[in-house]
Design a protein around this ligand. Structure first.
Ligand SMILES: Nc1ncnc2c1ncn2[C@@H]1O[C@H](COP(=O)(O)OP(=O)(O)OP(=O)(O)O)[C@@H](O)[C@H]1O
Length: 211
């Protein structure tokens, strides 16, 4: 196993969001996280990535196994596409950025500052960083947001190549990525009791004010 989660309870801020989550991932496996808006997919991924401590339960993996790609792209706006990847390659001790450039067709954009990219181009660069981490477990939060059909397919191909190479992935997404061997984990049964489950817009001040 590259990741084993046992009876995990997760919180976001002061509120418990999930309880009793258990699953495991072996090399070559992808797990798709499903659940309605606000169910706790991001919360689970953040907990797996070590950004939020678990309330209860255990997360077992080798040290430094998880590469987390959040909603936000987290790019260095002043650096070019190639410089962003080279920066992360130096952090993670990777030799080359060429496979990352190729996987997301970034060669024509290599010298452009990241801050001047379109939303989808930024997302491609953000996802390309996964390849330079060299980490076996990709934990991805809505990775295809802003991607067109062609680049969604590129992303799916990158995940499949990662799995073939002995990696694993856990991916929160509302779309069908077309990964034939992926398993699905619906986190709905693990939503902690007592969490408000009603209006999905209730916790959004902008939408709440405008409706
Ligand atoms: N920064 C925060 N502080 C407190 N509570 C939060 C915070 N962010 C999210 N929450 C709450 O935590 C719960 C789980 O949210 P989370 O983002 O994990 O859901 P999700 O399944 O990823 O949703 P989505 O599909 O909309 O991305 C929700 O009730 C949400 O309102």
């Amino acid at each position: 196993m590259v990741l084993t989660v046992t009876d995990l309870a997760c919180a976001r801020g002061p509120a418990q969001v999930l309880a009793g989550v258990s699953f495991s991932l072996t090399r070559g496996e992808a797990l798709i996280l499903r659940g309605r808006n606000g169910a706790g997919k991001t919360t689970l991924l953040r907990t797996l990535a070590g950004l939020t401590p678990p309330i209860a339960g255990t997360i077992d993996h080798a040290e430094g196994a998880i590469a987390y790609a959040a909603h936000a792209d987290g790019l260095k706006a002043q650096l070019s596409v190639a410089e962003n990847l080279a920066f992360w390659a130096s952090i993670f001790g990777t030799d080359t950025i060429a496979p990352a450039i190729d996987a997301f067709a970034l060669a024509p954009l290599a010298d452009r500052p990241a801050g001047e990219l379109s939303a989808g181009q930024k997302r491609r660069l953000s996802l390309a960083r996964l390849l330079v981490t060299g980490r076996p477990v990709w934990a991805l939060d809505e990775p295809t947001v802003s991607l067109d059909t062609e680049n969604t397919a590129r992303f799916a191909a990158a995940v499949e190549a990662h799995l073939r190479g002995g990696g694993a992935a856990i991916i929160a997404t509302h779309i069908d990525l077309g990964l034939p061997t992926a398993r699905t984990l619906d986190i709905s049964p693990f939503i902690a009791k007592g969490l408000p489950a009603g209006d999905p817009f209730a916790d959004d001040p902008f939408l709440g004010a405008s409706l």
